[in-house]
Design a protein around this ligand. Structure first.
Ligand code: ATP
Ligand code: MG
Length: 254
């Protein structure tokens, strides 16, 4: 279970985010980047954020802490911006909070060198979850105190948008030619040797358990939130052992 907090103040929108995430203060006095259930991308994006964020953290990658944020739509009433007001009004209930990394800067591959071991671990992880949103144009990596942090895992797990493709997913190649870390000679093979054996049924049960029921209920074709959790875990378990063989595009990278 993720820690649960209650939103007390909407501070500001983060305009650069496509889904209009907002900076929110909560009853624990923490500041969170909140991804709202009422955003156009829908709750599957939030499911992907939790599964991938918690999985990455357990593999030793840096990910800001995740919480659930209970939101009373009344919070939106005083918002002057109509788009924000509408978003808050349609996001009552459980939303996702990402611990705000104060002082972090967006990753710039020309200014921040990454060693091939760390690059390999991140590319391997992105290949496993099929992250299509870590390109040099939009790296979704933050840098603070000389360390890389991973954010924004909404555009992953493509199979959960169409479960018919889930079984075939394990064999799907991952094109890393556009990856933000492609230029750092990522050692994907070394990463695989260390990380792939750690993707076990138990680990996946633990990370899928962190997904709130509220985002899994009523998934067409499934009888319970736990059945949806298991369906999320299966393709990852099948994919882990061989995914490093399916990473393409690294040799041609600039
Ligand atoms: N935990 C955080 N700490 C500090 N800043 C953050 C954090 N999470 C996100 N941001 C900032 O907010 C921006 C948008 O966040 P994020 O990429 O998660 O949103 P998004 O709507 O999914 O974005 P997009 O789809 O445009 O990539 C990031 O580029 C970053 O500048
Ligand atoms: Mg982003």
């Amino acid at each position: 279970m993720l820690k649960e907090v209650i939103a007390t103040r909407y501070v500001a929108p983060l305009r650069e985010g496509g889904s209009l995430p907002g900076l929110v203060e909560a009853d624990d006095h923490g500041l969170y980047v909140v991804k709202f259930t009422g955003a156009g991308q829908g709750r599957r994006t939030l499911v992907a954020e939790v599964l991938c964020g918690e999985l990455a953290r357990r593999l030793g990658l840096r990910v800001p802490g995740l919480v659930t944020v209970a939101l009373d739509p009344v919070l939106g009433l005083g918002e002057p911006d109509e788009e924000v007001q509408q978003l808050l009004r349609s996001s009552g209930g459980t939303n996702l909070g990402v611990g705000f990394l104060s002082g972090a800067l967006g990753f710039d591959p020309l200014a921040f060198p990454v060693d091939s071991e760390e690059a390999g671990r991140i590319v391997w992880f992105d290949a496993l979850v099929h992250n299509v949103d870590r390109s040099w144009r939009n790296p979704n990596l933050l840098v603070r105190d000389g360390e890389l942090w991973l954010i924004d895992h909404g555009a992953t797990l493509i199979w959960h948008h169409d479960w018919r493709g889930a079984d075939a997913f394990a064999a799907r190649p991952y094109d890393a030619s556009d990856h933000a870390l492609a230029r750092f000679a990522p050692d994907v093979r070394a990463a695989a040797a260390d990380l792939a054996p750690r993707i076990t049924e138990d680990l996946l049960a633990e990370v899928t358990a962190a997904i709130p029921d509220a985002w899994l209920e009523d998934e067409p074709g499934f009888g319970s939130p736990d059945a949806v959790r298991a369906a999320h875990a299966r393709p990852l378990l099948a994919r882990a052992a061989g995914v490093h063989e399916r990473v393409t595009g690294l040799d041609e990278a600039p």
